[in-house]
Each structure stands twice: as structure tokens, then as C-alpha cells.
Design a binder for this molecule. Structure first.
Ligand code: 3HC
Length: 661
């Protein structure tokens, strides 16, 4: 039998017959999300396949580069429309005809759940697979927590579902999530598999028994997954659902899973994490850059290979760029190379890259002391000491070396990038790329639009940051850009709280309970107190004397207490742990007394609410000044650069939704 005319089951699901195989295509751009239309089309198609004798088997695939990117997240705030995904997935699994998934690209969340219900899975080498629901504050809601452990065991399923980690097709094959991986398009292989299928009992994932776990493996996986889940509900629920698969029937498991999914979907955490998901997509759409092509970048230059520079270098190597690093002296070159190879060695040790990958990366790297080497670069990122004279001199030099179309980016945190750009003959080619330390770990990059930055230069900064797998957030020029400006307001309010009667340890405990990995004073100590001190000294001459000012941090610095690196700051670290220091307690008491502040109890509710309100107020100012494009960009900066708990949605979201405690 040859090809017949296409059959349409819904606007997004169509099929054609190929030698007795019903080849179903899900086509719902941009990511084939399992919308109501797609679900009803799929269900109709499976029913059709069951009813039609001429259909021997079914192959299921996605149009474009995605299999299915999950349930349609945009539907989450609305009343559910029948058929719901679990019913569609069950119909696939229960079908009397063989159903083969041809996983042509990402199969995530509900997309993987559809694939897990198929009787055979063949994936393209390009595909990624996973159940990332916990990142949205929910658990899988269409059988994922019950089917995946039956395929790969409880320990691995805990690891994947409770962290939301996606795997490559290769890893999926070795874990047993897919049956076969093909180089490119899996459709032909899936059709062949369907055609050659000899009638035999279909392998239904839901009917499999859960494989026995190695002793200790499950506990280890749970500890690891939950250690990163501070304050988040979904990972713990995912663990509960996955670990109970062996103790109850499949039907009981999926009923519990569905109820948990629905509860979390409507929870504060679910709503907050959903807004973070959409905030990230919104940040990618930069006003003024619509249709602007970034400049081509093959070779990245990095000036400086200190802590920041070496982190940037490793990201650029990971992204496949050729990288030229220039340092001032032979000694600095050797140290820089050590730092970079050290980071690569760590990546090999952790399994993130293999030895071959390390060698290949080093082949794309050159580290030297001749600045003329940058003549071969397409973009140069400066990561040297944050001093205006040093940076302006460097940019003037670079301007004379690099080709006219090359982009120059400064990684300054506090200096005026317009002043740095002004040192060049082409300020339109300068932008800021403000990385966060350690740069190979932190996801945030503030891409700074200077007064004269050309649109395609800004677009290049954004594109390069994205290729480095960072989250670029565009902002305008002001002291501290978005993040450090808000952090300064946070610091100010935290110090007011101390004067008012809260102890640093109480403030830290309140913010850590709220979900921050570290409270503000622990962070000040970690980052070092001297930069903020230098800034306060710079600002002293222009400070409004009627403005409230807390001197405690100045006194700490005068005492040589610069934070963790000097063993003492707001806390003492002599025994390797953060410990309350009576000397600091006495200092705080004397500063309060000197100002005649009437001491009072400050509740943790007041601490959290004042600190969050201070951040949101500074965020409002940034919006008014046009430094930030949107409130959600500010939330992304605070979540990805400053440890704001993502499941709270960010300071602007909290203020807007009236969620201050
Ligand atoms: N539902 C609705 N819209 C979605 C979506 C989804 N599941 N996934 C992506 N989109 C939208 C994005 O909002 C964006 O829209 P926009 O252009 O209007 O801003 C567009 O698709 C493109 O998204 P990306 O920019 O992220 O595209 P990429 O090509 O970079 O990445 C992807 C594609 C890997 C599929 C990525 O979008 C992704 O990770 N999506 C989310 C996957 C996910 O979390 N799935 C689980 C959903 S919850 C679920 O399935 C519950 C189930 O268990 C019942």
C-alpha cells in the first residue's frame, strides 16, 4: 500500500498512512506544547488507530525541532479542558496497536510522559529528554513519576525528577529511557520498527515492576536532590511520589501524582516559578533589537585571567569559541593558565567534560602577554582591576589594535562604562558585559547598553552571553547597574535594621528562612567589606547630611575586619565557621547608644518585609529612570545574581502580588 492523503485529527495533529503505519505528526509551534487541541487530536488519532483494521502500528513524532516541549504552560492559570493529558497518555499506553515514539528533539515534561507511554522510543542524537516540572514548582502530572522509575529505577528517577535535570539522547539510552538512538531523524527508523514489528505482547511501561535498587543508592539520590531544594516544595513531593512506586499500584500512584500536580500548580510557588519561566523568555526580547543581526563572533579575546577572567574563558571555551587571553607579565600568564587548566580539570573530575574535551578546549586557547594578539579577536571582554584609569587606558589601546567592527565589552561592576567607551574612537562598539563571580558558575550577565552602544553591538553582547549559556539581562548605565544598585539598597536597609535592634545573625536567619542561601551579613563577609567601604568614602563628600547613615560597617573596616578573607567581618571565622563575635556585638551596642536609638525587638516578619520592600522600591526607581526595561528583568537579576529564592518570584513580583509578609 502506498501513501494516502493526510488525515487531520485536529488543528495541530495530522497523520498519513505508510505501509500500514499511521504516522502522526504533532505540529503546534513553537515547541509543540500539549495544548487542548493537541491532546484532543492525539486522543482521536489513537482511537482511530484502534478502530481501523488497516492500521497495524502508529508512529508519533513532532514537527520542527521539538518532539513535545511539555504541557502548555500558558493554560495553567485557566480551567482544565478535556481531554486531560493523563487520559491521552493512558490511551496511548493501553492501545492495542504498537505505538512508537520518534523523538526528533526535546521531549520534556508532558512530552516525555507521552513518549514514556509509547511502547517503543527511538530518539535523534540531538534530542534532550527530561521531566523539568520541579523547576516550575510542580511535579509531573501525566504519569512521569510512576513510569520513569519503572524504566530506570527509583534512584535515577529521583535524581532526574527531583532536580528537573534533562539528559541527552546518549544518556537516555544508557539509562534505558529510550530503546534506540539514531544519528539524525528518527522517523525512518521508527517507521521501520513499526513495520517490522512481529505481533507479541506490547511492552507497557505502566505494567513493568520497579527494578530493585542498590543498597543506599536511593537515600544518596534523595539527599543530593533535596540539598539543593531549600524551601521548595516540589522536589520533596517528587521524591515522595517516586519512592512510593514500589509500595502501591500504578493506579494509586498516578492518582496521588495528579492530585499533587494540581495542588502545586495552583500554589504560590507554582505561580512564582511560572512567572520566572516567562520572565526569562521576556528578557530575550529586547526593545530596539527586533530584527537586528548580531555581529559574527568566532574568536573571543579576554583581558585578564584572574578569578573573573578565567571563569569567562572557561565559559567561552565550553561554548566552542577560539579564545585569546592576554595578561601583563609572563608570571601572570603562567598563573592564568594554571587557573584555567585548574577549572578544566575540575570539570573533568566532576564528569562535566571528558579528557578529550579538555584537550580540545586547550587547543582553542592561547594565553600570552602580547596585546597585539587581539588583532585576531571578534569581541574582546575586559576583566581587569576595577579602576577607571586602568580601564580607559586599556580601551584606548585596544581601540588601536582590533578591527573596526570588533565589539569591546567591559566587565566593570561600578565604573561608568560611558567614560570607558569615550576613551575609544568608536564608542558605539562598546557595551558592558557584567559577569558575576564565579563566572563559570553564575548564570546572570548584565548586558549594559551605554549611551552610544550601536544596536548590533548590544545584540552581539546578548547573543554571545546566550551562547555562553548565560541569562543576559539588558540594562542602562547607572552606578551598580540593576543588581548592585538594588544590593546597595538591601545593604542600607539591613544596616538600619541592625541599628534599630535586630542582630546580624537574626537578620541572616530570617532571610535564610525566607529562602536565601545566605543572609545579607554572611554575604557581605563572603564578598568582602572593602569595596562598599571605598564607595561610601567616595560618596562622603556629596552625601546629604540629613540622610540616615549607619557607621558600623566603617568601624569594622577600620578594625581591619574585611570579611571572610581576613577571618573576621560581621562574624568571626577563626574556627572555619561563621560565629557571633562579642567584639561586633559590643560595637553595635555602642553605635546604637551613641545615636540614642531606643532599642526594640524587631520581628523576623519585619526584617523580611523591610528588606524586600527596600529592594522593590529601588527597583521602582530603576524602572522610572529607564535603567531596567521591565520589573521581571529586575527579578531575574536578583534571582540569578544575588541568591533571591526563585520560588518567591523576585522582589518586584512579591511587591506587585502583595506577598510581603
Ligand atoms: N508551554 C507553553 N509555551 C512554551 C512551553 C510550554 N511548555 N515551552 C516553551 N514555550 C514557549 C516559550 O514561552 C516561548 O514563547 P515566546 O516565544 O512567546 O516567548 C517559546 O515557546 C520558545 O521557548 P524558548 O525560548 O524557551 O525556546 P528554546 O528553543 O530556547 O527552548 C524548550 C525550547 C527546550 C522546549 C524550552 O522552551 C523549554 O524548556 N520549555 C519548557 C519545558 C518544560 O518545562 N516543560 C514542562 C511543562 S509542565 C508539564 O509538562 C506538566 C506535565 O507533567 C503535565
Amino acid at each position: 500500500m502506498g501513501e494516502a492523503s493526510p488525515i487531520r485529527f485536529s488543528a495541530t495533529v495530522s497523520a498519513r498512512m505508510e505501509d500500514g503505519v499511521l504516522v502522526l505528526t504533532m505540529d503546534n509551534p513553537p515547541v509543540n506544547a500539549a495544548s487542548a487541541d493537541l491532546r484532543s487530536g492525539l486522543l482521536a488519532a489513537i482511537r482511530h488507530a484502534s478502530a481501523e483494521g488497516e492500521v497495524r502500528a502508529v508512529v508519533l513524532t513532532g514537527a520542527g525541532n521539538t518532539f513535545v516541549g511539555g504541557a502548555d504552560i500558558k493554560e495553567f492559570g485557566q480551567p482544565a479542558t478535556e481531554p486531560i493529558l493523563p487520559d491521552v497518555v493512558d490511551a496511548i499506553e493501553e492501545s492495542g496497536k504498537l505505538v512508537v515514539a520518534a523523538i526528533n528533539g526535546a521531549a520534556l515534561g508532558g512530552g516525555l510522559e507521552i513518549a514514556l507511554a509509547c511502547h517503543r522510543r527511538i530518539a535523534s542524537g540531538r534530542a534532550s529528554l527530561g521531566l523539568p516540572e520541579v523547576k516550575l514548582g510542580i511535579v509531573p502530572g501525566a504519569g512521569g513519576t510512576q513510569r520513569l522509575p519503572r524504566l530506570i529505577g527509583v534512584a535515577k528517577a529521583v535524581e532526574l525528577i527531583a532536580t528537573g535535570r534533562n539528559v541527552s539522547a546518549g544518556e537516555a539510552l544508557s539509562l534505558g529511557i529510550v530503546d534506540q538512538v539514531v544519528e539524525d531523524d528518527p522517523l525512518a527508523a521508527a517507521i521501520a520498527a513499526a513495520r517490522n514489528f512481529a505481533p507479541q505482547p506490547l511492552r507497557r511501561t505502566g505494567d513493568l515492576s520497579v527494578p530493585a535498587a542498590e543498597p543506599g543508592a536511593v537515600d544518596k539520590a534523595i539527599d543530593k536532590a533535596l540539598s539543593r531544594a531549600r524551601g521548595r516544595e516540589a522536589p520533596a513531593e517528587a521524591v515522595r511520589l517516586v519512592t512510593s512506586t514500589g509500595d502501591r499500584s500504578f493506579a494509586e500512584g498516578v492518582a496521588d501524582e495528579r492530585a499533587t500536580f494540581l495542588r502545586l500548580r495552583d500554589s504560590d510557588q507554582g505561580k512564582a516559578l511560572r512567572q520566572v519561566f516567562f520572565a526569562e523568555r521576556a528578557a530575550a526580547k529586547v526593545p530596539g533589537l527586533e530584527g537586528v543581526e548580531p555581529r559574527k563572533v568566532h574568536t573571543v579575546g579576554v583581558v585578564g585571567s584572574g578569578l573573573m577572567g578565567s571563569g569567562i574563558v572557561v565559559c567561552a571555551l565550553d561554548a566552542g569559541y577560539r579564545v585569546i587571553v592576554v595578561e601583563k607579565t609572563a608570571e601572570a600568564v603562567a598563573k592564568g593558565l594554571d587557573r584555567i587548566t585548574g577549572l578544566l580539570d575540575r570539570a573533568v573530575k566532576s564528569g562535566r567534560i571528558d579528557a578529550e574535551g579538555r584537550t580540545e578546549r586547550l587547543q582553542r586557547l592561547s594565553v600570552g602577554s602580547d596585546i597585539e594578539e587581539f588583532a585576531a579577536a571578534d569581541l574582546v571582554i575586559e576583566a581587569v582591576f576595577d579602576d577607571l584609569d586602568v580601564k580607559t587606558e586599556l580601551f584606548a589601546t585596544l581601540d588601536g589594535i582590533v578591527r573596526p567592527e570588533v565589539v569591546l565589552a567591559t566587565n566593570t561592576s561600578y565604573l561608568d562604562p560611558d567614560a570607558i567607551a569615550a576613551a575609544t574612537s568608536r564608542p558605539e562598539r562598546v557595551c558592558g558585559l557584567h559577569f558575576f563571580s564565579p563566572a563559570h558558575v553564575m548564570r546572570l550577565v548584565e548586558v549594559v547598553r551605554c549611551a552610544k552602544t550601536a544596536p548590533d553591538v548590544l545584540a552581539t553582547g546578548v547573543a554571545v552571553a546566550r551562547r555562553l549559556k548565560k541569562l543576559p539581562v539588558v540594562c542602562g548605565v547607572c552606578e551598580g547597574f540593576i543588581g548592585n544598585r538594588i544590593f546597595s539598597a538591601y545593604r542600607r536597609e539591613a544596616e538600619f535594621l541592625v541599628e534599630d535592634g535586630a542582630w546580624p545573625q537574626e537578620i541572616d536567619a530570617a532571610m535564610e528562612d525566607y529562602g536565601f542561601a545566605m543572609g545579607p551579613f554572611a554575604v557581605f563577609d563572603l564578598a568582602g567589606l572593602e569595596i562598599a567601604w571605598a564607595r561610601r568614602k567616595r560618596q562622603a563628600a556629596t552625601r546629604d547630611p540629613s540622610e540616615r547613615y549607619v557607621e558600623i560597617a566603617d568601624r569594622l573596616c577600620e578594625m581591619g575586619r574585611f570579611g571572610q578573607k581576613t577571618g573576621r567581618g560581621w562574624y568571626d571565622y577563626a574556627n572555619g565557621k561563621r560565629t557571633i563575635d562579642p567584639e561586633v556585638t559590643a560595637l553595635i551596642e555602642s553605635c546604637r547608644k551613641a545615636k540614642g536609638i531606643a532599642l526594640r525587638d524587631v520581628s523576623s516578619k519585619e526584617i523580611v518585609s523591610r528588606l524586600l520592600a527596600a529592594m522593590a522600591a529601588e527597583g521602582d526607581a530603576l524602572l522610572t529612570e529607564g535603567i531596567a526595561e521591565r520589573a521581571s528583568d529586575i527579578d531575574l537579576v536578583m534571582i540569578n545574581g544575588y541568591g533571591f529564592p526563585a520560588h518567591r518570584g523576585g522582589p518586584m513580583y512579591v511587591a506587585k502580588e502583595g506577598l510581603l509578609p
